[in-house]
Design a protein around this ligand. Structure first.
Ligand code: C2E
Ligand code: MG
Ligand code: MG
Ligand code: MG
Length: 283
């Protein structure tokens, strides 16, 4: 299965701009229905994309990404889904579903010695109350995984609003033993000051800087400086969206850097992922 392409929009989905609101409402309603029906849960699956230590080419973890296939519409792209549900209660339901699902997957992988850590994406509204923390703790208790095995990815955009509240929520999550990552870094307005206040263990450089890393000096400068800041602060730096060998080679010059992208490994269903993992941890 080419999980990367399972998010391609259908004809129906590229209707006129004036349909956008209705379209979002349709997604919202249908996702809510799917999550409320146990049978509907099979429409929602997680795929896992490897994260690789570029110096050794060994996998160090995975990012879990949601894939939703509506029975009539077909696959709904993840960012379209999230945009439609983000400011509603359905977002909390999906996040909770994802957290439980991924924790269960990690527990199964613990038993067979595959993967040690998975990242889950959360939305800014997941950080407004303690619902996320409770979901994480319930999932850990139910599956017996270690909190350190779960990393929570927040986007830099989350820092634009209500920073003290976000910082507080982030602290509660890391105090409970979970790891925190700042996703899509460079696309928002996070300051170095904010980086210092957040208990981050990882920063992900947005793929826009990675895709033209070889050809654009400004992107090179940005990647180098984020890498430098990360190293100085003891934060792991991940380069997202690596699509070719030349970029992989160039980035691997940066000490300690982790890479993620189609060239290194596509998002995969669990069965495919286990096969991939076994092939790549072997010498
Ligand atoms: P993200 O968290 O930044 O995830 C990385 C996206 O880049 C994923 O898109 C992934 O499939 C894609 N990608 C990976 N390697 C490459 C590459 O080499 N080139 C390119 N062009 N793209 C690459 P995806 O799965 O469509 O997800 C899009 C966004 O939707 C994610 O961006 C994330 O913000 C959100 N998302 C996905 N799953 C979830 C989820 O379970 N919960 C929440 N709240 N958001 C999610
Ligand atoms: Mg992410
Ligand atoms: Mg990202
Ligand atoms: Mg993103």
């Amino acid at each position: 299965v080419d999980a990367r392409n399972t998010g391609r929009p259908t004809e129906m989905y590229r209707a006129t701009a004036s349909d956008v609101t209705q379209h979002r409402l349709d997604i919202l309603t249908a996702m809510g229905d799917a999550l409320r029906r146990p049978a509907g849960h099979s429409e929602v699956v997680m795929v896992y994309q490897p994260q690789v230590d570029l110096a050794t080419r060994r996998p160090v973890g995975v990012e879990a990404l949601v894939r939703w296939t509506h029975p009539e519409w077909g696959p709904v792209p993840a960012d379209e889904l999230i945009a439609a549900i983000e400011s509603s209660h359905i977002m909390h339901m999906l996040t909770s579903h994802v957290v439980h699902h991924v924790a269960g997957q990690l527990a199964a992988w613990n038993d067979i010695g595959v993967v040690t850590r998975a990242s889950v994406n959360v939305s800014v509204n997941d950080l407004r109350d303690d619902g996320l923390l409770r979901a994480l703790q319930t999932a850990v208790a139910a599956t017996g995984i270690h909190p350190r095995q779960l990393m929570v990815e927040i986007t830099e955009g989350a820092l634009a609003t209500d920073l003290s509240r976000i910082t507080q929520a982030a602290r509660a999550i890391t105090d409970a033993g979970f790891a925190l990552s700042l996703d899509d870094f460079g696309t928002g307005y996070a300051s170095v000051q904010q980086l210092r206040r957040l208990p981050l263990s990882e920063i992900k450089i947005d793929r826009s800087f990675v895709s033209d890393f070889l050809s654009n000096r400004a992107s090179q400068a940005i990647v180098h400086s984020v890498h430098g800041i990360g190293r100085t602060m003891g934060i792991v730096v991940v380069a997202e969206g690596i699509e070719d060998d030349a970029t992989t080679q160039a980035l691997s010059q940066l000490p300690g850097i982790i890479g993620q992208g189609w060239y290194l490994g596509e998002p995969m269903l669990p069965a495919d992922f286990v096969e991939w993992w076994r092939k790549h941890v072997r010498d």
